[in-house]
Design a protein around this ligand. Structure first.
Ligand code: HPA
Length: 270
């Protein structure tokens, strides 16, 4: 595995991705931040040896490297999910590659359903913590000692420095930013009403199908990260309406404007 990671890193270096300092993962319907990047290198996932290929239509499947507000960013326009049939080692490979390439900060975004009834569609939530309900773990198997410890600590998965920056930026930009707990499920089906009720009881504010494996891997490697959910649907078990992907994408597209403002401001202040 470590060999594969180094091979991918070497390939990307050979393509000119030499010194990224900030990694960005853009989730469902949230890829437009790349339009703000002065692009130096753009690669389809399909053209990167050993990279999984994104199979979700709403994810573009591109790795983009360039300048953004004085930073060298490496952005994933679209990510990988366990529901696509990938192992969590495959899902998180790009994050490990980012670290090997020198990334110092990782910002992630995702689309999520709101369990917390005070949240509205299109709101943003900063992840303070998470609950991993996936049937697997990206660190299963022989530990890669070169990258991190066998039993990584998870007492503070989200960087207080980055979360402070997020909070201050949201305040300065007049963007409402909830703070809460993200529960991850495998998907691809959305949840039944009893499951939403259960998620509320165990302390989740939102639910989604990504991000946590990447955050576990970032923590394993000591890579500070922060993540923001865009609320795309309301998961009130007593008033549940069928979720439609078109609605989810439409809401994500509307909220994306605020997410881009927030991420740009944070990057500027890094
Ligand atoms: N459940 C799980 N994942 C999601 C949801 C949801 O309601 N909305 C967006 N991603």
């Amino acid at each position: 595995m470590f060999e594969t990671i180094n091979e991918v890193a070497a390939f990307l270096r050979s393509k000119g991705i030499t010194s990224p300092d900030t990694g960005i993962v853009l989730g469902t319907g949230l890829g437009k931040l790349v339009n703000e990047i002065e692009i130096e290198v753009s690669l389809d996932y399909a053209d990167i040896p050993n990279f999984p290929v994104s199979t979700v239509e709403s994810h573009h499947g591109k790795l983009i490297y360039g300048n953004l507000l004085g930073h060298k960013v490496l952005a994933m326009q679209g990510r990988f999910h366990i529901y696509e049939g990938y192992s969590l080692q495959q899902v998180t490979l790009p994050i490990r590659v980012m670290k090997v390439l020198g990334v110092k900060w990782l910002l992630l975004s995702n689309a999520a359903g709101a369990i917390n009834k005070t949240y509205g569609k299109g709101d943003l939530m900063l992840l303070d913590d998470h609950i991993n309900l996936l049937p697997a773990n990206p660190l299963t198997g022989k530990n890669i000692d070169e990258l991190g410890p066998r039993f990584p600590d998870m007492s503070c998965p989200y960087s207080p420095v980055l979360n402070n920056l997020m909070t201050n930026s949201a305040h300065d930009l007049n963007i409402t930013l909830h703070h809460g707990v993200y529960a991850v499920v495998a998907g691809p089906n959305l949840e039944a009403r009893a499951e939403y009720r259960y998620l509320g009881m165990i302390g989740a504010d939102v639910v989604g199908m990504s991000t946590v494996p990447e955050v576990i891997i970032a923590n394993h490697m000591g890579l500070p990260c922060a993540a923001v959910s865009v609320i795309t649907d309301l998961c009130d078990p007593d008033n549940l309406v069928p979720a439609r992907l078109e609605d989810i994408l439409e809401t994500a597209a509307k909220a994306e404007v605020q997410l881009i403002r927030l991420f740009k401001n944070v990057i500027q202040n890094l």
